[in-house]
Ligand binder design. Structure first.
Ligand code: SF4
Length: 341
């Protein structure tokens, strides 16, 4: 049996053709699965009963099995979804004003990148999610909250570019005009900086938003915080980003989790200025979340110092935001998603 959520529209069309079904059927199915969010092939009422019976022998539509929902005071909702093999992942709905609701999806159970400040990294990699498991998170939350549109950020559990094929395919399904039809401009892939995958992405998915987990502009410090920097040094990653085709008027986001006495010094801000001065960039400073799973010895920088750091860079002409970490009270904020250690 094939999960429809694992297929692009053309892949679905190819299988339908094997049954002698017309090509336009793939559009009808996509529309019912992704616009009307049906979970049952029998509810695709534009198909005749004999066609539906034929499809039911070969296809199913997976649904998320939510085992726990946690609500934060700021409106953020975290869903714990149980997968077929009983592994669990977390997906987050972040309500925003002006139709800018955001869905944060996971791409792996755990992560093998081992960033020092991240709860997911402490889990190690259990396995990659398959395409349907990524798509179902979006579909589940959109249906639950009756959303017609949303920003999708690949910033949940896992490193998206370490599960490259499934992530790219999931984006292709989400942007399909006969399906959910999310604009590329509203999709952000966040990466710790796997250079060969960024290069490949230029061909496979140009004009989506990229965010780099930067966390230090100095190589040695970055390697301390993010072991991946030893394999793919910052210089290489930055070179690769220079030629990434971004959507018009969009900036590359650089994420910067701010940690007391580690990356919040005067030298750090000067290094950032030097590194980012030639990029059309947005620096997103995120106060470190103290997660009870972490014994990293790292501490958050005070709000006062964060503001001073950000103010200095703004005065030098940089575009800087300090993210108020939505959902931190329910461990749904950056670096806090983890289902087991
Ligand atoms: S920050 Fe991202 S890449 Fe690093 S360990 Fe956590 S999930 Fe993995």
């Amino acid at each position: 049996m094939i999960d429809i959520l694992s297929l692009t529209k053309n892949e679905l069309g190819d299988i339908l053709a094997e049954y002698g079904l017309e090509d336009y059927r793939k559009r009808q199915i996509f529309s019912f699965v992704y616009k009307h969010f049906v979970d049952d092939i029998d509810k695709i009422t534009t198909l005749k009963k004999d066609v539906r019976d034929l499809l039911k022998d070969r296809f199913f539509i997976s649904t998320g099995r939510c085992t726990k929902t946690t609500y934060a005071e700021d409106g953020t909702v975290k869903y714990l979804l149980k997968l077929q093999d009983s592994n669990k992942i977390e997906s987050v709905f972040i309500p925003m004003k002006n139709d800018r609701n955001t869905i944060c999806v996971s791409t792996q159970v755990g992560c093998r990148m081992g960033c020092r400040f991240c709860a997911t990294g402490k889990m190690g990699l259990v396995r990659n999610l398959d395409t349907s498991e990524i798509v179902l998170q979006v579909r589940y939350i959109m249906k639950k909250h009756s959303l017609k549109n949303a920003n999708i950020v690949y910033m949940g559990m896992g490193e998206p570019l370490d599960n490259y094929d499934n992530v790219v395919k999931s984006v292709k399904i989400l942007i399909d005009e006969d399906g959910i039809n999310i604009s590329r401009r509203k999709i952000t892939l966040s990466t710790c900086g796997i250079t060969p995958a960024i290069e490949k992405l230029k061909e496979d998915l140009p004009y989506i938003n990229l965010a780099l987990s930067l966390h230090s502009a100095a190589d040695e410090k970055r390697s301390y915080l993010m072991p991946v920097n030893r394999k793919y040094p910052l210089k290489e990653v930055m070179e690769s980003l220079k030629t990434f085709p971004m959507p018009r008027r969009k900036r590359i986001t650089f994420e910067y989790v701010m940690i007391e006495n580690v990356n919040d010094t005067k030298e750090d801000r000067k290094a950032l200025l030097r590194l980012l001065s030639t990029y059309k960039s947005k620096l997103n400073i995120i106060p470190l979340n103290k997660h009870n799973l972490m014994n990293s010895g790292l501490n958050p920088t005070s709000n006062e110092k964060i503001e001073e750091f950000a103010g200095y860079l703004r005065n030098k002409g940089m575009f800087v935001t300090v993210r108020n970490s939505k959902g931190s009270s329910i461990k749904a904020a950056c670096g806090m998603l983890a289902t087991k250690v």
